[in-house]
Write a new protein. Structure first.
Length: 377
């Protein structure tokens, strides 16, 4: 019997993992639409604990043991509930895991979650890392939720995070990334593939900011404080200018970020993820400045990809917050990087219109909850 192929599980393998009971949901059925090209949507359970502070389990404790003395209110989510800004909540998720000893998993916020400045991370029993689920894990999953800029309304069954399952070494090295750019371009500038000599790689592939254009061009959005709550189950239901201020470039393609304010900006490059690859957006190196970028972190196979060659990538929304002091960013400044991962097999379902994907070909960076998403011209 041959050894299993290492890599991130594609949609067809995720379906088999569900059939085998590696991912289960008790009385709830995992619906076909929850299976993305390389991930499974995770759903909120029936209640949330409001917490005094965040925490991380250790190898000797479960998540629920750690909540003793930290949880002060149990919030019923079955009919929906509002989660307050800057308050940590802990929600037992519907899905549970029973992984084989050679299979591990990793969680990421969904793109819409990050674009609303909702800080989330998955916690598991007897493990000291967020979002990282050790090989062979058997047990419940818990989601920590901290709304930052806006209060949010959520309910049982809503998906804020997604789960990837993998076996073996999946990360591509820099030489493999550069070679892939020749074979199946990962980055485009306008409609042209970025020459391999112009790629910036260092344990991943760097992306830069688009802050170009005249002084009246909207190059990003800045979150307003004290807006009304956002109901995460409503799509295109809110006027963007009730929640966001537009950001315009200064002369020379610069923007000054105010400290502790959340910004949405857009990559200069178009990103194209082919069927045999998945990608993880990684935070900017903190040694390079007091800047935190990208809170959501996963691109499914097919993002920005068109087998007919009619699309030349989709630009990436970048979630940015300056720490402590005001921080200037400039046009084409590298602010984050893609870690590329090999799939165990090419995904049979690709990100895009056929799946109802919300951000294929995006020209703005606001989440799907807002109408009137006008991009700068």
């Amino acid at each position: 019997m041959s050894e299993p192929t290492p890599g991130v599980f594609p949609s067809q393998e995720l379906n088999r993992a569900i059939e085998a009971g590696w991912v289960s949901s008790g009385d709830y059925r995992i619906r076909p639409e929850a299976i993305q090209p390389a991930s499974i949507d995770l759903r909120l359970g029936d209640f949330a604990w409001a917490l005094r502070c965040s925490f991380l389990p250790d190898v000797d404790s479960t998540v629920e043991e750690k909540t003793e003395g930290l949880a002060f209110q149990k919030v019923d989510l079955r009919d929906g509930a509002v989660l307050e800004r800057d308050r940590p909540y802990l929600v037992p998720l519907i899905e549970e895991l029973d992984l084989p000893e050679d299979v591990r998993a990793k969680a990421n916020p969904k793109s819409s979650t990050g674009r609303l400045d909702v800080f989330t991370r998955v916690i598991t029993d007897r493990h000291h890392r967020f979002d990282d689920i050790r090989a062979g894990y058997r047990g419940r999953l818990y989601l920590e939720i901290v709304p930052r800029s806006f209060a949010i309304q959520v309910k049982t069954g809503l998906s804020l995070n997604q789960l990837r399952i993998a076996r073996g070494d999946v990360r591509l090295g820099d030489a493999e990334i550069v070679g892939l750019q020749d074979e199946s371009p990962l980055l485009y500038m306008d409609s042209e593939a970025v020459p391999r000599s112009d790629l910036a790689v260092s344990d991943g592939l760097f992306l830069s900011l688009d802050l170009s254009g005249p002084a009246d061009r909207t190059v990003g959005y800045r979150a307003k404080k004290n807006s009304l709550p956002v109901d995460l189950s409503k799509i295109r239901a809110y006027r963007w200018n009730d929640y966001w201020d537009p950001v315009f470039p200064e002369a020379g393609g610069r923007v000054v970020l105010e400290p502790e304010i959340f910004y949405l900006l857009l990559s200069a490059e178009g990103v194209c993820i082919p069927p045999q690859i998945a990608a993880e957006m990684m935070a900017y190196d903190p040694t390079a400045g007091e800047l935190r970028t990208h809170y959501a972190g996963f691109f499914d196979p097919g993002f920005g990809y068109d087998p007919a060659g009619g699309r030349h990538g989709s630009r990436a929304a970048l979630e940015v917050r300056a720490r402590d002091v005001s921080f200037m960013v400039e046009h084409r400044q590298p602010v984050c990087k893609l870690g590329l991962e090999r799939m165990a097999a090419p995904a049979e379902r690709l990100y895009g219109a056929d799946l109802g994907s919300n951000y294929q070909g995006q020209v703005t960076m606001l989440s799907k909850h807002f109408a009137e998403q006008t991009a700068g011209t």
